[in-house]
Design a protein around this ligand. Structure first.
Ligand code: ATP
Length: 449
């Protein structure tokens, strides 16, 4: 029977960050040099969680469909790409500098008349802002040995542009017909003026994007389809309904070429924030790349033989923001009936860094327990922990979200069974060693929605 009871408290960001750093999910990049603002490293647990999330997305969006193809394009594209996309001219935020504290802020995020970096009490006296200037958020680099303007290039600020420039090639090689999509997961870079909220707004991050090409007259129904489909995906990750909502963009928020847009938002400890955007981009991208490259990106209608430019529905989700959302959604500090408390990370079992932990009750039974681990590792990521008392070992696994603990005890050698303990209910059951794989498979598939 479960000994979990009611007492739950609201999650503070500091608690989550502290767990992430302490257990090695996510921590500051270049820590030994004092860190580098807006860059984060994923430790042994974080990389597993992030990889599982990316696989869940890739399976659902690419592998389980006939009408979506995958792509992995280069991070640096021909610089004309970013002129065509509008990023060179328009991908800017208004920026001000404080002449007193020498720090830089986004003009549209300043509380009126005060310097956010100044110490309490003298905030009004200390501010001395420059007039706002537009600051381009693309990170620049140089290609080759010379450092002149001709060798300047950009690290992509979004992954989708090469989907448009590769559109014709992918359509041909995959022999696809409209409607179909191209998807990719990859790094993107934005020189954000104020990176903040842990890895929520960073300068290097990963996006998983789908560009779905449709006939212009079908754009509305495909927009509705993908919005619903993406919500189903987020529910399958185990997000609580009360933590998830969609927010349609108002007319004045839309890009000039966009017909409709909606954000999927998650309730973080710092409020409702976007984790994914779904956009109806019309023919804007293919038109612009046709204009700038001189290559015709229109296609032929099989029935009428007329040429047309497909319209695009885009879904763009941040992998880092969603990883943070999974951790915030899962974190819980429970007060147990026996007066103790435990921190438990309710991550959906198919996403958890470790699917199971094998815990021999004593070092004396470590060897046969290790044989169980070897077998299970063919299919799952399994943790093996011999040291410390069993209660403490359970708690360490609860805290990192391991859904199942398998305890090998002195009876195991006699009855060929282990005890399986469920992370969420703490219920324990005795199962034959031969059937552990089956039991795990069963539990993982019922937990998947
Ligand atoms: P925001 O308004 O929060 O800056 P955006 O509307 O510019 O986001 P998009 O350009 O639509 O974001 O990018 C799609 C997704 O990429 C976002 O929903 C988010 O999950 C992710 N993303 C964008 N910028 C960042 C960033 N600086 N750090 C982490 N993830 C980001």
């Amino acid at each position: 029977m479960s000994d979990a009871t009611a007492s739950k408290k609201e999650l503070q960001m500091e608690e989550l960050v502290s767990l992430c750093v302490r257990r090695g999910f996510i921590f500051q990049s270049s820590e030994i040099y004092g860190g580098i603002n807006g860059f984060w490293d994923y430790g042994p647990l974080g990389v597993e969680l992030k990889n599982n999330l990316k696989s869940a997305w890739w399976n659902r969006v690419v592998r389980q469909r006939d009408d979506v193809e995958g792509l992995d394009s280069s991070i640096v594209a021909h610089p004309r790409t970013w002129e065509a996309s509008g990023h060179v001219a328009h991908f800017t935020d208004p920026m001000v500098d404080c002449k007193k504290c020498k720090r830089r802020f986004r003009a549209d995020q300043l509380p009126s008349g005060s310097c956010p970096a100044s110490s309490k009490g003298d905030s009004d006296r200390n501010c001395d802002f420059t007039v706002p200037r537009n600051f381009n958020l693309m990170l620049q680099t140089q290609i080759g040995a010379s450092e002149d303007a001709a060798s300047a290039a950009y690290l992509r600020p979004e992954t989708c542009q090469s989907i448009f420039t590769d559109f014709r090639r992918v359509k041909e090689v995959a022999r696809q017909k409209i409607p179909f999509g191209i998807a990719q997961i990859g790094k993107a870079f934005r020189n954000e003026i104020n990176p903040r909220n842990f890895n929520f707004r960073s300068r290097e991050f990963e996006q998983a994007e789908l560009e779905f090409f449709v006939r212009i007259e079908e754009r509305e129904e495909w927009f509705a389809y993908w919005l619903e489909e993406r919500l189903k995906f987020h529910r399958s990750l185990g997000f609580k309904e009360s933590n998830l909502r969609t927010r349609p963009h108002a007319e004045d928020e839309l890009a000039h070429y966009a017909k409709a847009a909606a954000d999927v938002e998650f309730l973080f400890p710092f409020g409702w924030q976007e984790i994914e955007g779904i956009h109806d981009r019309g023919t804007w991208d293919l038109d612009r790349h046709t204009e700038f490259s001189g290559k015709d990106l229109s296609i032929t209608d099989e029935a009428t033989k007329e040429r047309f430019v497909p319209s695009v529905i885009e879904t763009s989700v941040g992998i880092d923001r969603t990883t943070l959302a999974l951790l915030a959604n899962g974190y819980e500090e429970e007060l147990l009936a026996n007066g103790e408390s435990r921190v438990v990370m309710h991550i959906a079992p198919h996403l958890a860094p470790y699917t199971a932990a094998v815990l021999p009750l004593s070092k004396k039974v470590a060897e046969p327990a290790e044989r169980v681990v070897e077998k299970l590792r063919r299919n799952w990521n399994v943790f093996f922990d011999v040291s410390g008392n069993i209660g403490r070992r359970y708690r360490r696994q609860d805290e990192i979200g391991t859904p199942y603990c398998l305890t090998y005890d002195f009876d195991s050698q006699e009855d060929d069974k282990v005890t399986i303990r469920d992370r969420d209910t703490m219920e324990q059951e005795r199962v034959p060693i031969d059937s552990i794989s089956m039991v795990l498979n069963d539990r993982l598939s019922t937990d998947l929605t």
